[in-house]
Design a protein around this ligand. Structure first.
Ligand code: R5P
Length: 307
């Protein structure tokens, strides 16, 4: 193979530049625009002959981005790329991981089938693995999961005095334990019941001995903000001050910031896996080793690091 070429979906050029610097590759520009009828126009001016192409795409709010991703993956192969990998700091559609009602689309599996048929490998940050234990259950290409925990832990240690790390629900244990272990901090997990998108009840765990600490709520996703809001209220009621919130992926749905503020949450920080103002923790430096393994290592499904 001749070279490594990194290509960004529109808006993700800074991430592609940062990744390509770490990889020693070049960035090729994807010209993307819409025709007057709304259909997509794409053009790549650089030669891709026999190259290893890495497409970087932040896929929060994915539906408007999927045509560009689909056409770009096809285009780079048309232009001679030998292999095409996807770096998706936020992997969408992972939360529809079961058919909760008869007839519902299992979009996690459909999306995985589509990605697996267009790309040779996938690198992502902390996908929402809840009912699936591993991406291998639905993705048939090699994939590597980059944990954000060390970066979150470093941010907490630098910015919060005497923290205690708290997860809002049992699913968050995986992230909370990893962050607390990396930072050498105490941790607890709350109990959550979800009755609907905006209807969540959360109970505080035993917090005795931790009253003088600053609660840091850690979760993988902020979407409606309901989980963090109810968790913050329960912590305040239990005698702790308003918590600092740290999340991997800040999706911030409509009204979520108001929901968070109304619960007494002053500040939320996230990684830049999603393009939001709160995304202050950079993920690009975390990717390079896994991407290099994918490019050089000819990983097969199940071999990839960090699964
Ligand atoms: C739950 O499964 C996740 O780990 C998050 O707690 C959840 O997705 C957050 O969503 P929301 O902000 O809508 O409560």
């Amino acid at each position: 193979m001749k070279s490594t070429v990194v290509i960004a979906l529109p808006g993700d050029e800074p991430l592609a530049e940062a990744l390509s610097e770490s990889l020693g590759g070049i960035v090729a520009m994807l010209e993307y625009r819409r025709f007057p009828d709304g259909e997509s126009y794409l053009r790549i001016h650089d030669s891709l002959d026999d190259s290893s192409v890495v497409i970087v795409a932040r896929l929060a709010r994915p539906d408007p981005k999927i045509p560009a991703l689909m056409f770009a993956a096809d285009l780079v192969r048309d232009l001679g790329a030998a292999r095409v990998g996807l770096v998706a700091p936020y992997l969408p559609y992972m939360r529809q991981d079961a058919r909760f009602k008869p007839g519902e689309a299992l979009t996690s599996a459909s999306f995985a089938r589509w990605i697996s048929s267009h790309f040779d490998w996938l690198v992502t940050v902390d996908p929402h693995l809840h009912r699936y234990e591993s991406l291998d259950e639905i993705y048939t290409i090699p994939s590597a999961v980059i944990p954000a925990a060390p970066a979150l832990a470093d941010w907490i240690l630098t910015n919060v005095q005497r923290p205690v790390v708290i997860g809002p629900d049992a699913e968050s244990t995986q992230w909370v334990e990893a962050v607390a272990t990396h930072a050498g901090l105490p941790w607890r997990v709350m109990r959550k019941q979800r009755f609907g998108d905006h209807d969540v009840r959360i109970a505080a765990p035993d917090l005795s001995g931790l009253e003088q600490r600053t609660a840091v709520l850690v979760d993988d996703i902020v979407s409606s903000g309901t989980t963090l809001a109810r968790a913050a209220e329960a912590l305040i009621e239990a005698g702790l001050g308003p918590p600092q919130c740290v999340a991997v992926h800040g999706l911030f749905g409509k009204d979520s910031r108001n929901t968070l503020a109304a619960a007494g949450i002053g500040k939320v920080v996230c990684t830049d896996s999603v393009d939001v103002a709160e995304g202050v923790i950079q993920v690009a430096p975390l990717f390079a080793p896994a991407v290099l393994s994918m490019i050089e290592g000819n990983m097969t499904q199940g071999d990839a690091p960090g699964r």
